[in-house]
Design a protein around this ligand. Sequence first.
Ligand SMILES: NC(=O)c1ccc[n+]([C@@H]2O[C@H](COP(=O)([O-])OP(=O)(O)OC[C@H]3O[C@@H](n4cnc5c(N)ncnc54)[C@H](O)[C@@H]3O)[C@@H](O)[C@H]2O)c1
Ligand SMILES: [Zn+2]
Length: 370
Amino acid sequence: MNLEDHSASFKTINVDLGDRTYPIYIGQGLIERAGEMIRGKIPEADKIAVISTRVINDLHGYKLKKSLEEAEIDSLLVLVKDGEEAKSWSEAGNVTGELLEIGLDRQSAIIAFGGGTVGDLAGFVSSILLRGLALIQIPTTLLSQVDSSIGGKTAVNHPKGKNLIGSFYQPKLVISDPVLLETLPRKEFVSGLGEVVKYGVIADLELFERVENEYEKLIRQDQGILEYVVARCSRVKARMVSLDEQDRRGIRVALNYGHTVGHALEILTSLKISHGEAVAIGMEIAARISEKLGLMKKNDVERQSKALEQIGLEAQLPRVDLLNMIELMKRDKKATGKSINFVLPTGIGTPPVLKTVLERLIIETLENIE
Ligand SMILES: NC(=O)c1ccc[n+]([C@@H]2O[C@H](COP(=O)([O-])OP(=O)(O)OC[C@H]3O[C@@H](n4cnc5c(N)ncnc54)[C@H](O)[C@@H]3O)[C@@H](O)[C@H]2O)c1
Ligand SMILES: [Zn+2]
C-alpha cells in the first residue's frame, strides 16, 4: 500500500488484495475526471448504471454525467430511497429488477454515487447481479469517503438488525472528491469527523495531531486539510482491509473502536443522536476504561476528549437506562457468550487491544460520565 502524489492534483492509495488490488483516488474536483479514470481501470465497461438518490443527483449528478459522456460511456441513472431506507431487501429487489430491465450485461458496471447507505446497497446489488458486476464507489459523505466505500463490506438491513444480509465484494476503484462534501449538511459532516478522530487514535498520530492543531480549518471544511484527512484515513483503512479482508484475524476489528457503546446508544435513542456523536461517547468510555486498566495514560485520554470537543463532538451521555445499554452491548457482534468485548485504546496512534471488560467496570464508567 502506498500513498503517493501523482501530480499536484490527486493521490492514489492502493488496497492490496493480490489480483483484486484496487486504487482509491483522492483529490479536489476528481468527479470531473471520473469517466476517464473508470475507462482506465475497466476498459470493457460499455454501459454503466449510476445508483444514487434524488438529493445527491440533483446536487452533483450533472458533473458525473458529463464526465462519463466525455469518456464515451453510456450511463443510466437508477434512483433509490434516501438514507437508511435504501438498505432494505425490498429496495435491493427493486434495483436489481430495474437494472435487468435496462439491459445490463456481464460487461456492464455499477457506480455507487452517494453516502454509505447507497454504497452498501449498490455494493450488495453489484455482488449478486449476474453473479457479480464491476463496482465503482464514488462516495459523497465524509463517512463514506473515510470508511464505508473502502473494504468491500456490503449490506442491507433486516428487522432483526442492521447489516444482517450482505457480502464481501470489493470495488474496482474508489474515487473520493472532497469538493462533493461542500453541500453536506453540517450534522453529517461533523458526524464523519468522529471516525476521523477514531483513525487518529487507533493508528495515526500525525493525523491526530493535525486534527488537534488545525481543527478550525477542518470544521470550516478547508479543502486542503480535508483532502489530507480523507487520504490519511483511507490509508489506515486500506492497510487494515488488506491484512484482514473478511474481519476474521483481529485486525479490522480495531475499526470498531467506540462502536460497542456507540451502537447501543444509537438504538436506545432511536437514532436521535448522530453516528459520530454516539461513537465519540463510545470512544470516551472505552478510553476511560483503558485508563482504569492501566492501558492508556490519563494525558492521552484527555487529549482525545479535547480533540472531540474541538470538532463539535463533546461526549455527553444522553439519558438512557444503563442496564438496557449493557444488554444491548451483550448482543453486539463482538460479544462472545455473555461477556462484553471492547476495543480498548493503548495511546494515541498505537494499535488498540480487544479485551473482555467486566460489567461492573462499564457501569461505573458510564455513571461517571456527565
Ligand atoms: N460498508 C462499510 O464498511 C460501512 C462502514 C461504515 C458505515 N457503513 C454504513 O454507512 C451508512 C451511513 O452512511 P452515511 O453516513 O454516508 O449516511 P447516508 O448515506 O445516509 O447519507 C447521509 C445523508 O446525507 C445526504 N448526502 C449524501 N451526500 C451528500 C452531499 N454530497 N451533499 C448533500 N447531502 C448529501 C444523503 O442524502 C443522506 O440524507 C450506514 O448504513 C452504515 O451501516 C458501512
Ligand atoms: Zn462508524
